[in-house]
Ligand binder design. Structure first.
Ligand code: FAQ
Length: 315
């Protein structure tokens, strides 16, 4: 078979909903797209620990501290499963991490915003994890086997994250006037960046068409964003809070919420590295990597020693 025949056969396998596994033949562009998306996703989980990690030492009670530590630790685990999934595509993890640190690889725009008050922990859980879940539930059915399987476990943990965020905001929304104001302020600041997590609008999304054909993505950026708006516009009523969008309005004909225009200039600015915390986030990751060099060296030295011990001694 020549290349077009392979590609036709590959598409037939995808269309029959059979998962693609690491040793299967795949078009180079399929491998590259998965590698790009999975490694970016892994980087997002790892960088995503920073905004919340910032509040572990300032959590208002032991209960909230324990929950926050568990959540941040879960995000580290998600990053590690995802790096493993990306490695199955034949790319070295050290290189992926270098690409993050050099600014070559992207990570989600959302983690370049600051966490100013305790209510931001609730808003991140409810809105950021809420957006992440919608996207990730779809990815449980993605066509690349190792990515789909990693997503199943990740989604279970993310749904706990979202519920804890909502519950935390619910407590604040029933609290003092200051707590209510803090809750509303956090929602106001995180709402628009959360909508940006779904990526550019479909007409600007360079990868969507092919990714949907290959069933890497099952829904478009705009479809998922709309689903998110419909969900959150209802949930916010339970908090007795509002979303900062004067154009948010139920559309009876379409049975969905209309919402205002996203500030795309801000989105692209953040994606290009010029958001409020891009520099701070990458500096923190680079520093953590440098500080961990001795652990990697010790592990390598131990592995070498253990391997030498196992070698049969020549008679
Ligand atoms: N930020 O053609 P498309 C989480 C880039 S995990 C930065 O539409 P695609 C858990 C995109 O890469 C959150 N860059 O791209 C957590 C592309 O550039 P490239 C992360 C963005 O891939 C919670 C260009 O724009 N989730 O939150 C963004 O088809 C709390 C054109 O875009 C995932 O990564 C953005 N928001 O669709 C952790 C899910 N959007 O690479 C801690 C997996 C787009 O061609 C605390 N990823 N770009 O140079 C996906 O589903 C997809 O990659 C999309 C983008 C939907 C993000």
């Amino acid at each position: 078979m020549d290349a077009p025949d392979f590609e036709k056969k590959f598409q037939e396998i995808i269309d029959r909903e059979i998962k693609i596994e690491p040793k299967d033949w795949m078009p180079e562009a399929y491998r590259k797209t998965n590698l790009r998306q999975i490694s970016q996703h892994a980087h997002s989980e790892i960088v995503g620990m920073l905004p919340e990690g910032n509040w572990i030492s300032r959590a208002p009670s032991l209960k909230r501290k324990a929950i926050l530590i568990a959540k941040v630790q879960d995000e580290a685990g998600h990053g590690l499963y995802l790096y493993c999934a990306a490695e199955t595509l034949g790319f070295d993890r050290a290189q992926m991490i270098d690409d993050l640190h050099s600014g070559k690889a992207k990570y989600s725009s959302i983690f370049n915003y600051p966490t100013l008050t305790w209510a931001d922990m609730g808003a991140i859980g409810w809105l950021v994890d809420g957006a992440a879940i919608l996207n990730q539930v779809m990815l449980c059915r993605t066509s690349y086997g190792p990515y789909a399987r990693a997503m199943v476990r990740i989604c279970k943990e993310e749904s706990f994250h979202q519920r804890q965020g909502f519950e935390s905001l619910l407590v604040l929304s029933k609290g003092t006037a200051e707590q209510k104001a803090m809750c509303q302020d956090a929602i106001n600041r995180w709402w628009w960046p959360s909508l940006m997590m779904f990526g550019p609008k479909d007409s600007e999304s360079t990868n969507s068409d092919q990714s949907i054909k290959w069933k890497i993505k099952r829904k478009t950026n705009d479809e998922l964003r709309q689903q998110f708006v419909n969900m959150i516009a209802e949930q916010v009523k339970l908090l007795g809070m509002t979303l900062p969008d004067p154009d948010l309005k139920w559309n009876e004909e379409k049975k969905q919420y209309n919402f205002g225009e996203i500030n795309w200039e801000e989105f692209w600015n953040v994606v290009k590295g010029n958001g409020p915390c891009n520099k701070q986030r990458l500096d923190a990751r680079r520093k953590a990597h440098e500080n961990g060099a001795w652990v990697r060296e010790a592990a390598m030295a131990y592995a070498k020693k253990a391997a030498a011990k196992k070698k049969p001694v020549a008679a």
